[in-house]
Structure formats: C-alpha cells, structure tokens
Design a protein around this ligand. Structure first.
Ligand code: SF4
Length: 405
C-alpha cells in the first residue's frame, strides 16, 4: 500500500540530500508540497563531479530503486510532472525499460554545472543546462529536485531499512575507481583501506568540494566530515597515494573547474581562472611567495560570488592546499617536484563495463559505533512491472563522447 503524503515526509526524516549540499530531504518535500500547483519532481542523476560513479551505477544497475523513490516523492508533493534527468548514455535503456509512461526522461550533455538544480529548472523550461542566481530556490517554487541516491534511500526506508547506507566512490592512489556502501560509523580510514593497501597521505574529499583532508579517523557522514573541516558532498574521495603530489592534484582539479565554468558570472570567470593559473605555476615551480599570498587572498574572497557552487569549490580547494599542506606548498617555490610531472586523472572513468558492484563496509565500523547492521542487499527491493520501452527525450544538442564522470 502506498503511504500517504504526510507518511512519506515522515519517512524522509533524517535523510539528507546526496547530490552534494546535504539539504534535509523531508524539508524539501514539505516545502514543495506547500507550493502552488503545478508541481514537478525530478530524479537528478546528472553526476557532475568527475570522481563520482554512484549515480550512474544506480541508474544503470538499480533503476527500480530510483523510480520507486521518485514515485514516493511524487505522491508526497502531489506532483503534476515526474522527470528522470541525467547525461549517462549507458543508463538510458535501463531507465526506459522500467519507467512508467507518466515519467519523462531527459538526457542532457554532461557538464559540471548541468546537475545544479537551477540548471535543471532551465532545462525543464526549454533552456540550456546552466545555473541561475538564487534565491528563489527551485523547491520554493514547486520544483523538487532530488538526487537519485536520495530517492533510492527514500525507497529503502519505505522498504523497512531505517538507516540505509550511503554510496561512496574512491579514485586515485594508483587504483581503478571503486564504489562502496558505507554504513553508519565507517571511518575514512576503513574506506581508504578498502580502496588500496598502500599508504594514504590524505584525500580530496566531497568530490571537488570538500578540500584536502589528512585526518582519516573521521566518520564518513555529513556531520563527521563537517566536524573535520571538510564536506561529504556526493561521497567521492580522491585518494592521495605515495606517488601523488597534492599540488599536482590541486592544479588538475582547479584546471578542471576553470574549464567547466559556465562563463556567466564575472567573479567566477576571473577568480577561478586566477586560482587555477597560480596553482599551475606552483606545480611548474615558477610561483613566488607573493603569488601564494595573492592566492590565499583571492580564495578567501571568492566564495558566494557565483550563481552556483563552482567558485566556492575552487576557493575551498586552494585554501585547503595552503593550510593542509603548507610545507609541501613551500617546497614548490623552487622547481624539482618529480611527482608534479606525472599526469593526474581526476575522473572515475567507466567506458563499456558497468562500475563495480558496491562493496559493503559494515565490518569496518569503529569501536564507538553501533554494532554493524545486518546486510540488506539492494536487490531485495521489488522491481516495478516493466512498461514497453519508449524513446528518451534527448536534449543533448552536442555529441556525447562516451561516459564521463
Ligand atoms: S558561478 Fe561560474 S559556473 Fe556557476 S553559473 Fe556562474 S559562471 Fe557559471
């Protein structure tokens, strides 16, 4: 039996968004429910963070969970329109196969800012997948955008799991990307040990949003990462192995962010470019001490000055490089870092093969945490009856070049 709208909002209590910002799901549901009709609910599977695989994995391998969460969210807000939004070409058939005819499927060109909720609103209105200034936020205007993992967790709650695990992607450390189910109490140390047996000098946390972190004895949760001065974000961690230089990783990440700027906001265009150029010079061994002072000043002034979170991510990255690795940074004032010459790949690339199945980490819970929960496998959930396949509404006006994170 389908729960009532208020029961579904209650069911979402304590769940936080898994797209990056971690906004409380129940608050969003209740806010959109209060908005005037028409109301729209969007399952957001556009995974802009280059080191994240989880949303593609869910859409390809567990679309029934995403669609069940979307159905529940639609009931909760009495939606007039339900949409699945993503860029992953390989996910298209699995979503189409299970989506009821009432669910619209929109595939866009992959881009860092395409999954930002205001970009989605623009696409729904027939525009480009580019962010708009906030406020108002979409959920204040009758558009509920929930990340596909948020919806999958809502579906798991409805199926009886009180605390469904998070999904985390690990890249770097000289290893292929790995995807993990993370149960409460799991530490970052346990997670990195499950990714690589090699020593780990730190991580770039929260996709590109959480900055560098060298303390690994923190719980992998919104609160745990925030208490350590970082952020869980989308649950993507770029591991720094023995051969990784933090300056090279930061330079590659800032170069990526500068290249992904939608070129709409002056502060973002100039500010993100400037941070990227300075850290690139540091990587090349041509930066001066004065450049580092300017880097710190610019990074402190950039947050909050763009329509989306891209410049904030760039600023946090640059600031954390300076504060977490000060000695390493100073050593780069003269050329000679061999590790900086190596290429850095930030992408959790998956070409033809699907991402690895999630690995359960509940055996790694810390001694202070609650006892490990019994495993519930994702495939215990009921699969809705499949309607006949139908074509996706493909909004991609540019060629999609393979699968990109
Ligand atoms: S902050 Fe940057 S990426 Fe975001 S909308 Fe403005 S120009 Fe585009």
């Amino acid at each position: 039996m389908t729960p009532s709208p208020s029961e579904i909002i209650e069911l979402a209590a304590g769940l936080r968004g898994r797209g990056g910002a971690g906004f409380p799901t129940a608050t969003k549901l209740a806010s959109v429910r209060r908005a005037a009709a028409p109301r729209t609910v969007v399952a957001n599977g556009e995974e802009g963070e280059p080191g994240s695989l989880k949303d593609r994995w869910l859409l390809r391998e567990r679309p029934e969970l995403v669609l069940e969460g979307l159905r529940l969210a639609a009931v909760a807000i009495e939606a007039d329109r339900s949409v699945v939004y993503f860029s992953d070409q390989a996910a298209e058939q699995s979503v189409i196969r299970l989506a009821p005819p009432t669910v619209e499927i929109i595939r866009v060109a992959p881009r860092y800012v395409a999954g930002e909720e205001t970009s989605i609103v623009r696409v729904l209105d027939g525009g480009p997948a580019l962010p708009l200034a906030k406020p108002p936020r979409p959920y204040e205007q009758g558009v509920l955008v929930l990340n596909v993992e948020s919806l999958a967790r809502l579906a798991r709650r409805a199926a009886g799991e009180s605390d469904p695990p998070l999904l985390a992607t690990l890249t770097g450390g000289g290893r292929p990307a790995t995807l993990h189910e993370v149960h409460p109490g799991t530490t970052l140390r346990a997670l990195t040990e499950a990714h690589t047996p090699d020593p780990v000098r730190g991580v770039l946390a929260g996709g590109l949003f959480g900055g560098f972190l060298t303390t690994l004895d923190v719980e992998v949760s919104h609160d745990g990462l925030a208490a350590a001065g970082s952020a869980l974000g989308c649950g993507a961690f770029r591991v720094l192995g023995p051969d990784d230089c933090p300056v090279a990783v930061a330079a590659a990440a800032l170069d990526y962010l500068a290249g992904q700027s939608a070129q709409q906001c002056g502060a973002c265009i100039r500010g993100t470019d400037a941070l990227s150029a300075t850290v690139a010079a540091l990587r090349a061994g041509t930066a001066t001490a004065a450049d580092l002072d300017l880097l710190a000043t610019r990074a402190s002034r950039l947050p909050g000055r763009g329509a989306c979170g891209l410049p904030d991510a760039a600023a946090r990255l640059a600031t954390s490089l300076l504060t977490v690795f000060p000695a390493v940074v100073r050593r780069h004032l003269i050329p000679g870092c061999e590790a900086c010459r190596l290429p850095v790949d930030l992408h959790a690339t998956s070409t033809s093969a699907p991402p690895q199945p999630a690995r359960r980490l509940d055996q790694h819970t810390t001694s202070t945490s609650a006892p490990p929960q019994p495993a519930r496998h994702l495939d215990q959930h009921t699969t809705p009856t499949s309607p006949p396949p139908r074509p996706a509404r493909d909004l991609d006006q540019h060629a999609i070049e393979g699968v990109r994170a």
